[in-house]
Every structure is written in structure tokens, then in C-alpha cells.
Design a protein around this ligand. Structure first.
Ligand code: HSE
Length: 399
């Protein structure tokens, strides 16, 4: 029998309880033993809840109970969740989580503590919700040298962009709909500013490349500046705008970035709509492998948390490891190259050609035009756009 504690009874925590209950007999068969929730930790009261006897407000009940071998930390954040996780791992209990902030900021340390104590720290649910992506990278693709990972890592922003693209809604209107439907939070900052996607790409890069990136140093741009005009230009150019998390390894150095990008309709990522996520992993043996599914939501996320609970109960998980490095291993964004979509309201097309070469112009409005640049570094782009009188904005283009 494996006895489990659920830390945090919000959306994901209640989903974990529900999945363990609904799929009890199948889980018992696959885990080789019954898996039972003994505690649910939450500071709130849940009067009348059928599991009311399981609720506690005292973390020490869980920490000091030798029967608890696995805890699901679904509190979120990197403060109290960090403290609890450390204590549980040090007490010889495995911890599974959906908490991307904690994994992205303290993953190396927590994995080391888990290893020292002979237990597991598992986080399949931290990236891509219900989509299997951590195990595939860590286990199934382990024969590969992974060079690049990129994709749509945030369901909320993908929903908003889909509404802008398909229904012509403004960013503000699409955000309101997302909030009404419960996809976006009342304070949507972490999603719309790209912070959530940044944590997720940091975790994928850490896992694939073995070195911990500081998420605060990853260039992160959200979708708050995307206008319907950009969406219309993208359409005319045979593309759609998506928020893309991207990372790659260049020898010993790693580059990571989150930004909106024009994604050509020939790319499989262009058809990933609504709250769905898709992640492309590029390895030297497999080539490209794509992972697609529901990247958020109560039951998809709980599905990943519970599968980690089963692995922890079985004790079958291969230890995950990445290290903190003393040296800065991150490539400077200024020296990285992209092709760019540029919008400008100058009428001086000849000067644009002088600066950017023989570019083709796209027009959808009287007073401005747009074009796609050749491959330029961030620094070169800034220098050139600085010389355009009516420069409006640029967006990266996915090659
Ligand atoms: N807010 C996140 C998203 C939830 O929209 O993708 C899953 O991490």
C-alpha cells in the first residue's frame, strides 16, 4: 500500500484526488499495490467535502507520518512549496509536482536532495500539462543528442491568439473571453507576459542539456503587444502568430527565448489552436519528434501528476539530474540570428531596401507597409530599424 499526501487542494490538487479515486482499480493494478490518499493539506476549509476527514492544515502531520511515502506538491510558487518539498525529500519521501516555478528555479538543488535521500522528485506535469514530455526527453530520447526544443507551451495565450486569428477579436476581448471560460486567471500576467512559458522552456532546456538555466535571464516577451493588424499581416504572409518557447544548444552554450513568432502555415505548430500545446524535440538520431495535447486543465494535469505518483510508488523512475554551473552558459540574445517581420509607417520603400536588401513589401493599410528581413542578429536589426523613420514593430519569424 502506498499512502499519499496531496499538498494544495486547488484545481490540480482536487484533480489528483479525483483521478486517484475514479481510476482506483486500474492504478492499483499498474502500481502493484493500492494507492491511497491519507492527507490533503490546505489552509482553507472544505465543509461537507466527502474527503473531509483527510484534510489537515498542519504540514507536520504529513512530514512526521512514516506511512506517507509520496507527496504531490500542487501548491505552486517557490516559497512555501520550496520549503515543504525540501523537508519532505530530506525526510525520505518522494515528491511529485506540477509546480513549474519551483522546478525551474530550484530543480537542480531539489533533484540533488532527492538523489542523496534515495527518493524521487518528479515533475511530468510541470510542462505541457497532460502531454508526456519530461519522461520522453529523459527516458525514450535519451540515446539522442538533443539540439533544439521549441513549441507552444502556454494554453492561455494560445487560446487568446486563436481567438484573434480565427474570430478577429482584439487582444483585450480575447483575454476577457479566456477569463470568463476560466482559462486565464484574474491576474493574467504570468501567462500573457510569457513568464509561464519561460519557466517551461527553462525546465526543458535543463533536462535536455543537463545544465540549469536561470529563468530570470531568459529573454521573455509575451503577447500583450500583438494587435489584430499583426495577425492580418501574418495571414497575408501565409503565417499565424504563436507564442513560442525556444531553446538550443551550441556546444557548451545554451540559448533560450520566449517570444511571439510568425509561424508559417507549412509548420505543424501553426495548426495547434485553442488551449492545446505542442512541443517539437530535435534529436540527432530521431530527427524531429512532436508532442501534442492538452497543456493545461484540471484532469490533464492531474493525469501527469498521478502517473508520477505511480512511478514513485513503484520506485521505477530513472534519476533525473541537471547541474548548476558557475559560469554563465547562456548565449547573449543580441548575437543570435533570426529573420524578422518588420512594420513601418514610412513611405520610403527605397530606403528600406537600401537597409535590408531586396525585401518584398506587404500592404494592408494606407499608411504603412511590412516586410520580412533576411537573417540578421538582434543587434543588426536594432541598428537598421533605428534608422527607419516610421519604424513600428518587429516580430520574429519561425524558420
Ligand atoms: N496557465 C498555464 C497555461 C497552465 O495556460 O498553459 C498550465 O501550465
Amino acid at each position: 500500500m502506498t499512502k499519499v499526501a496531496i499538498l494544495g487542494f486547488g484545481t490540480v490538487g482536487s484533480g489528483v484526488y479525483e483521478v486517484l479515486k475514479t481510476n482506483k482499480s486500474g492504478i492499483e493494478k499498474r502500481a502493484g499495490q493500492p494507492v491511497e490518499v491519507k492527507y490533503i493539506l490546505d489552509i482553507r476549509d472544505f465543509p461537507g467535502h466527502p474527503a473531509s476527514k483527510l484534510f489537515t492544515k498542519n504540514f507536520d502531520d504529513i512530514l512526521n507520518d512514516d506511512e506517507i511515502s509520496v507527496a504531490a506538491e500542487v501548491i505552486g510558487g517557490a516559497k512555501i512549496a520550496y520549503e515543504f518539498t525540501k523537508k519532505l525529500l530530506e525526510a525520505g519521501k518522494s515528491v511529485v509536482t506540477s509546480n513549474k516555478e519551483l522546478v525551474a528555479t530550484h530543480g537542480a538543488e531539489l533533484l540533488e536532495i532527492a538523489e542523496k535521500n534515495g527518493v524521487s522528485y518528479l515533475f511530468e506535469a510541470s510542462v505541457g500539462g497532460g502531454i508526456p514530455i519530461i519522461h520522453p526527453i529523459h527516458q525514450c530520447l535519451t540515446a539522442n543528442e538533443i539540439s533544439e526544443i521549441f513549441g507552444i507551451l502556454n494554453g492561455t495565450t494560445n487560446y487568446i491568439l486563436t481567438q484573434m486569428i480565427k474570430n478577429g477579436k482584439s487582444f483585450e476581448a480575447a483575454l476577457s473571453t479566456a477569463q470568463e471560460l476560466g482559462y486565464a486567471e484574474a491576474n493574467p500576467e504570468a501567462d500573457v507576459e510569457g513568464i509561464d512559458a519561460c519557466r517551461k522552456i527553462a525546465i526543458l532546456a535543463d533536462l535536455a542539456f543537463g545544465k540549469e538555466l536561470d529563468p530570470d535571464k531568459i529573454y521573455t516577451e509575451g503577447i500583450t503587444n500583438i494587435e489584430l493588424t499583426d495577425v492580418e499581416y501574418a495571414e497575408k504572409l501565409g503565417s499565424v502568430i504563436k507564442l513560442i518557447g525556444y531553446c538550443r544548444r551550441d556546444g557548451e552554450r545554451v540559448f533560450a527565448r520566449v517570444s511571439p513568432m510568425l509561424v508559417p502555415k507549412s509548420s505543424a505548430l501553426s495548426g495547434v489552436d485553442d488551449v492545446f500545446n505542442a512541443i517539437l524535440v530535435r534529436g540527432n538520431a530521431i530527427g524531429d519528434a512532436m508532442f501534442y495535447g492538452k497543456g493545461a486543465g484540471k484532469l490533464p494535469t492531474a493525469s501527469a501528476v498521478v502517473s508520477d505518483i505511480i512511478d514513485a510508488a513503484l520506485g521505477v523512475s530513472r534519476p533525473i539530474k541537471w547541474v548548476r554551473t558557475k559560469n554563465d552558459i547562456m548565449e547573449d540574445i543580441k548575437s543570435t540570428k533570426s529573420i524578422w517581420f518588420v512594420r513601418t509607417d514610412t513611405k520610403d520603400k527605397a530606403y528600406a531596401k537600401e537597409l535590408f536588401g531586396n525585401v518584398s513589401f506587404t500592404e494592408i493599410k494606407e499608411d504603412e507597409f511590412a516586410f520580412i528581413t533576411p537573417l540578421l542578429t538582434e543587434k543588426e536589426l536594432a541598428e537598421k530599424t533605428g534608422k527607419l523613420n516610421g519604424f513600428k514593430k518587429f516580430i520574429r519569424v519561425l524558420e
